[in-house]
Design a protein around this ligand. Structure first.
Ligand SMILES: Nc1ncnc2c1ncn2[C@@H]1O[C@H](COP(=O)(O)OP(=O)(O)OP(=O)(O)O)[C@@H](O)[C@H]1O
Ligand SMILES: [Mg+2]
Length: 336
């Protein structure tokens, strides 16, 4: 599936903007602050139900306005469809005029993956963002993953609240911990499985495509719940383990990369892991994935840019950048 056009109304700095896209590379260029990232953010919002850099819809509304509106025309195989996204204190989404109630299958049907300096996926500085990226691929693998995650956070909240009471019911606390363990184990098994798939794809990518990239791989440290630990948790008034505390690292030369990778290396790792994710999700969904590469060229050498260019050649890609040096034959959109 790919995006033919988008209408953006009162979204960040764009009051009203109509854009048409090509199936291949779309390069959005313009000076700092002209709204390049905002355009790809709008694309992500309408396809994925939320922004990739902002959790609060209200912050996406143009200053002095109350609501924003997005409309997109898409093509898949031989048919076209229209999506509309309206935020006016609440979100309403329509597909071909029909109100969407099941966001999970909506997201599943409009796959999009993003690299942005503000969302570096598995290379983020913050573990929550890393888990979110991995969970998204787990979700494409099995939509049940999202249901389990939601149940897990609900139960985790209950458990946290119990620790705020003076005298929590020990038996109840124990049974909540046991339930939480079941959900946590499920989430962690999915994560281990998908991370292994990612590493396998990375091996292939590093060997066949990005020959000049360092030999890195991902590791996950699962924070496994032990049923017996509930007593210690009650004593210390603290939740000690669970999937929400899982940590993901990049291993390079048998060390955790965090301490020494250069800017360009780190960015390449992030893009290569995105490339692996694209391969995995494409295999699962049998659908084309839309890819956003925000500020792609910043900090990458020519060889690496060309390698990524070649890799993403089959996808519909949205690239932003102040200066377009490498994609001059793509569809260029110049923002003023
Ligand atoms: N809610 C909002 N309403 C109006 N303008 C906003 C809002 N939020 C952010 N902006 C402004 O939107 C402009 C565009 O931001 P954006 O991040 O899209 O720029 P950009 O072209 O990607 O810049 P850069 O070259 O630095 O990456 C910025 O000037 C920002 O201050
Ligand atoms: Mg930007």
């Amino acid at each position: 599936m790919y995006l033919d056009s988008i209408k953006i109304v009162n979204f960040r700095n764009h009051r009203k903007l109509d854009l048409y896209f090509t199936k291949g590379f779309n390069y959005i260029t313009g000076n700092n602050g002209t709204g390049k990232t905002s355009v790809v953010e709008a694309v992500h919002t309408i396809l994925n139900g939320k922004s990739f850099r902002q959790n609060q819809f209200q912050k996406l509304v143009n200053f002095n306005q109350d609501s924003f509106y997005l409309q997109a025309y898409l093509s898949k195989d031989d048919f076209n469809y229209k999506l509309s996204f309206n935020y006016d204190k609440n979100v309403t989404i329509y597909e071909n005029g029909k109100r969407i109630n099941n966001l999970s299958s909506y997201i599943y049907n409009n796959p999009i993956l993003v690299y942005s300096p503000e969302n570096e996926g598995l290379l983020s500085d913050n573990q929550e963002n890393k888990r979110r990226f991995l969970d998204k691929i787990c979700f494409y693998y099995s939509t049940e993953h999202l249901v389990v995650l939601k149940d897990y956070s609900k139960l985790l909240k209950i458990k946290k609240n119990m620790l705020n009471f003076n005298n929590p019911d020990t038996l109840y606390f124990q049974s909540v911990t046991e339930e939480l363990k079941k959900l946590s184990d499920k989430i962690q098994n999915n994560r281990i499985f998908i991370l292994e798939l990612l590493n396998n794809k990375l091996d292939y990518i590093k060997h066949d495509i990005f020959k000049n990239i360092e030999d890195f791989r991902f590791i996950i440290q699962n924070s496994k719940i032990e049923n017996s630990e509930y007593k210690e948790e009650l004593k210390r008034r603290k939740i000690l383990r669970g999937a929400h505390l899982d940590k993901i690292y990049v291993e390079y030369c048998d060390r955790k990369y965090e301490s020494f990778a250069s800017f360009g290396q780190k960015k390449s790792f992030s893009l290569a892991s995105l490339a692996s994710a694209v391969l995995i999700v494409e295999e699962i969904l049998k659908n084309d994935i839309i890819v956003v590469l925000d500020d792609l060229e910043v900090g990458l050498d020519e060889n690496r840019i060309n390698a990524f260019r070649e890799f993403f050649n089959k996808n519909q890609v949205f690239i932003t950048g102040v200066k377009n040096n490498f994609f001059t034959d793509g569809h260029i959109i110049h923002l003023q």
